[in-house]
Design a protein around this ligand. Structure first.
Ligand code: SF4
Length: 224
């Protein structure tokens, strides 16, 4: 471990789970990936599929996390939650992962400032829609901080969420981003066929973002 990580060793992270799978979403879809799921979330989305991440998790040193990263033998690392940005120790870990040459993505719920995130990290920024009952928590200034390789994701419960997402996409010119906005139907709630129809009717150049792992495995299965 390099010197930077030794300095960090006293500051532990709360981790829910670390596991290998394929990335089921975003433009990194299908790539073998190591997921580092942090513990704790400041939101309570109505359709949340990872409420088991709300607890305190396991306390781990960054060096222990890095050991699991190295042992995985994988190049793609996705830091997810819960809400990873709740723990300030995540920022130097993200930078360290980038320094070590990993392709690093970060999934954040969109209520906290992404400014301190290393610019090499691919940030997947959620914008919460009304169906989540968390849309009042969106931190809108994040949209001014996005880098070219970042992505914006909307999880949609129903048609009202779709219309809300469309308004935000147009208002903030998100179609100008390199990666099109991601539209994800809530699994088991919104039929993807309906969403595809709306997208085509509107000729909206977004990416349908199905959670592939929910089609490969039981949708309730953890750690996949
Ligand atoms: S931000 Fe993510 S982890 Fe937190 S409640 Fe919403 S869906 Fe669940």
């Amino acid at each position: 471990m390099n010197q930077m990580l030794e300095v960090l060793q006293e500051n532990t992270l709360n981790i829910t789970e670390i596991y290998k799978s394929v990335q089921g979403e975003t433009h990194l879809f299908g790539l073998p990936t190591l997921f580092v799921r942090t513990a704790g979330c400041n939101l309570r989305c109505s359709w949340c599929d990872t409420p088991y991440s709300f607890g305190r998790g396991t306390s781990m040193k960054p060096s222990d996390v890095m050991r699991e990263v190295v042992d995985s033998g994988l190049n793609n690392i996705c830091v997810t939650g819960g809400e990873p940005l709740l723990q300030k120790e995540i920022f130097p870990l993200l930078t360290h992962l980038c320094n070590e040459g990993y392709l690093v993505s970060l999934e954040t719920g969109g209520s906290l400032d992404i400014t301190p995130v290393d610019e090499r990290v691919i940030t997947i920024l959620d914008i919460k829609c009304p169906g989540s009952k968390m849309h009042q928590k969106n931190y809108w200034r994040n949209l001014e901080q996005l880098r070219d390789h970042d992505e914006v994701k909307f999880v949609l419960l129903d048609r009202a969420d779709y219309d809300y997402a469309k308004d935000i996409i147009n208002k903030h010119r998100l179609l100008k981003m390199k990666n099109p906005p991601l539209l994800s139907p809530v699994h088991g709630e919104l039929d993807p066929k309906d969403l595809v129809q709306w997208i085509l009717e509107d000729r909206l150049n977004v990416r349908l973002n199905l959670q592939m792992h929910k089609y490969i495995w039981d949708p309730l299965k953890k750690g996949v």
